[in-house]
Design a protein around this ligand. Sequence first.
Ligand SMILES: C[S@@+](CC[C@H](N)C(=O)[O-])C[C@H]1O[C@@H](n2cnc3c(N)ncnc32)[C@H](O)[C@@H]1O
Length: 223
Amino acid sequence: MDVWDAHAAARFTQHPAGPLKPPARMEWTQRPGIGPAAEILGGGDLAGRRIVELGCGAGHNTAHLAAAGATAVGVDRSAGQIRRAIAHYGHTGATFVHADATLHLSRDTGRLDAIFSVFGAIGTTEPSHILGACSHRLTHCGVLVFCVPHPQRTGTIPRSPRTRDTVALPDGATATVERWEIAPAAWARALNRCGLLVTDVQHLHAPADVHRPTTLLISARKP
Ligand SMILES: C[S@@+](CC[C@H](N)C(=O)[O-])C[C@H]1O[C@@H](n2cnc3c(N)ncnc32)[C@H](O)[C@@H]1O
């Protein structure tokens, strides 16, 4: 079973999957209140903006954006996570799609104002294809924002970018996921090759008092 399907199955066992109120704030780390919120996706007013989340999991951030008036779509390749997202937030106006992120972006041509990933599809798949697909779908001045576990969270950047990371599941079991651990300059080069320009790089500490940054948050723009 896929790691994130196993994660969803464990969550379903622990909690009833009823409707939830969308979160009041968008989060880029696993700790609430750290770093920017949704304004980083293009200003204060999100109403009417066409936004896609790649690897939405249970859909908390997509639901927040839909509640703020955006046309928000959450995509995830885990059927279990999409079932959770629909059960929790189907009532918000958000759309949730069961698909691989790159395939989803490639099979449509409609322009998007913003694409984002919160520890989602960007960073867990080979970057060139997914970044190219993002660039292809973004409108002029559209934004791509994504966060990944900080490559220097343990003190050194791994020698080979393709690594495996351990994930703790809600039932106490652990599983491993593939991850691309890339320094900010290498992300900038990968984005440039796909026609995107880096506009901001943030090294977030979550919790706020930890010594090393835990989350790398990168914003880019389609010229
Ligand atoms: C760590 S969870 C994050 C979920 C959500 N973004 C959040 O912050 O709660 C990673 C999610 O990304 C999804 N994912 C990873 N690679 C993907 C891909 N290539 N296409 C679609 N979903 C993907 C997984 O299925 C999983 O649900």
